[in-house]
Design a protein around this ligand. Structure first.
Ligand code: NAD
Ligand code: IPM
Ligand code: MN
Length: 371
């Protein structure tokens, strides 16, 4: 028996999560496994009603589950950043989910790339540091000494800021910060994965040619870990990486990225495999509660119309059950998704004719028929 917390969230979140729950229940039924779902009304509606983002009580109750299944947050009625930082980023940092795993593979015939060889990339994105620290501010002329307080499971960090400018211009800043321990544990995860998969190398993306402080530390630690594990690391600048991902994605296996570049590269990774509608994501704490979600957001432009592709959420459920220790169920779900794609039982973003619900039903039927 597994206990899973469900946070459908905003926009298309609830629409795609309903399909993911249905599909995972169907796969579990075939194997007589029971799953207990606990639903949480966290998101923009509650925020607009009560002002609550992610409360201590939420964190407490979420943490009593084996995993968290998350839809998306984001609402045009709320200023950008409030829900994103207050709910999603808080969840990732409070549960110390320091690895964000985002696979990208050539799903034929949906990949827009005309490549002879298949590609199968696992993006690993450091998920708690970098430009996501919330270490920022703004000032005009002079900022009196103030303290930015950063709280992570690994450390408390107080950053004292004082600024004086020669003009009246307004300034705003966002500081990128990484710690040796933060990079080490992330690199360990990446090299362990490379070792288990028998991979020849890891690629690490950065911008060490301009953010020299931040990414020289990143490189130094990746080099150390590379020697420790006896697995080569290939460093690439993130701009060249974006180019290479379109030109020759089959060159890559595991791609390790700092938080912000990982965010950007994984939307690209989604598009080269068939779009945001199929890209899944796992926010992993190897020793704690992990959270699984689609890469995409709340897509307000198509919300409430039955147009959303549920596959990203369904493959996130697959990652979740894999990580909970039942990769046999994960395989079953992935097989059914592939069959549905082959038979064009998909939504309009992939050229199909089905609604969100019909696309979910088609995958459920394939699972039941095979089981
Ligand atoms: P988005 O991912 O929501 O949408 C980008 C584009 O992709 C839109 O045109 C959308 O219609 C399309 N799309 C996304 N998912 C789809 C699906 N399943 N099926 C078919 N088409 C799909 O990104 P955005 O528009 O930049 O952001 C909207 C809101 O979501 C913002 O508030 C943003 O901050 C938030 N967001 C949240 C998450 C998350 O909760 N993990 C992730 C990304 C963005
Ligand atoms: C993602 C999203 C989030 C991120 C936003 C909504 C904060 O884009 O999960 O990719 O930047 O990590
Ligand atoms: Mn993103």
């Amino acid at each position: 028996m597994y206990k899973i917390a469900v946070v459908p969230g905003d926009g298309i979140g609830p629409e795609v999560i309903a399909e993911g729950v249905k599909v995972l229940n169907a796969a579990a039924e075939v194997e007589s496994l029971s799953i207990e779902w606990e639903w949480f009304p966290i998101g923009s509606e509650r925020y607009l009603r009560t002002g609550d983002l992610l409360t201590e009580e939420d964190i407490d109750r979420l943490g009593k589950n084996d995993a968290i299944y998350f839809g998306a947050i984001g609402d045009p009625r709320v200023a950008p950043g409030i829900l994103e930082k207050g709910i999603l980023i808080t969840m990732r940092t409070r549960f110390d989910q320091y690895v964000n795993m985002r696979p990208s593979r050539s799903w034929h015939p949906y990949t827009p790339l005309k490549r002879e060889r298949d590609f199968d990339i696992t993006f690993l994105r450091e998920n708690t540091e970098d430009f996501y620290m919330g270490a920022g501010g703004s000032f005009q002329k002079k900022e009196p000494t103030s303290t930015i307080k950063i709280r992570r499971q690994l450390y408390d960090l107080d950053l004292k800021v004082e600024a004086v400018s020669s003009t009246d211009y307004e300034f705003a800043y966002e500081v990128g910060i990484m710690s040796s321990k933060g990079i080490e544990r992330f690199a360990d995860f990446a090299f362990e994965m490379a070792k288990n998969r028998g991979m020849e190398k890891i690629t690490a993306a950065d911008k060490a040619n301009i953010c020299t402080h931040l990414y020289h530390l990143w490189r130094r630690i990746f080099k150390q870990k590379s020697e420790e594990y006896g697995i080569p690391v290939e460093f690439m600048y993130v701009d060249a990486m974006a180019m290479a991902l379109v030109r020759s994605p089959e060159r890559f296996g595991i791609v390790a990225c700092p938080n912000m570049f990982g965010d950007i590269l994984t939307d690209l990774g989604a598009e080269i495999m068939g779009g945001l509608g199929v890209a899944a994501s796992g926010n992993i704490n190897p020793h704690g509660v992990s959270m699984f979600e689609p890469v995409h957001g709340s897509a307000p432009d198509i919300a409430g119309q039955g147009k959303a592709n549920p596959i990203a959420a369904i493959l996130a459920a697959k990652m979740m059950i894999d990580q909970l220790g039942r990769p046999d169920l994960g395989k079953q779900i992935e097989w059914a998704v592939k069959r549905a794609m082959d038979q064009k039982l998909v939504t309009a973003d992939m050229g199909g004719k089905l609604s969100t619900q019909q696309a979910g039903d088609a995958i459920v039927e394939l699972i039941r028929a095979s089981g």
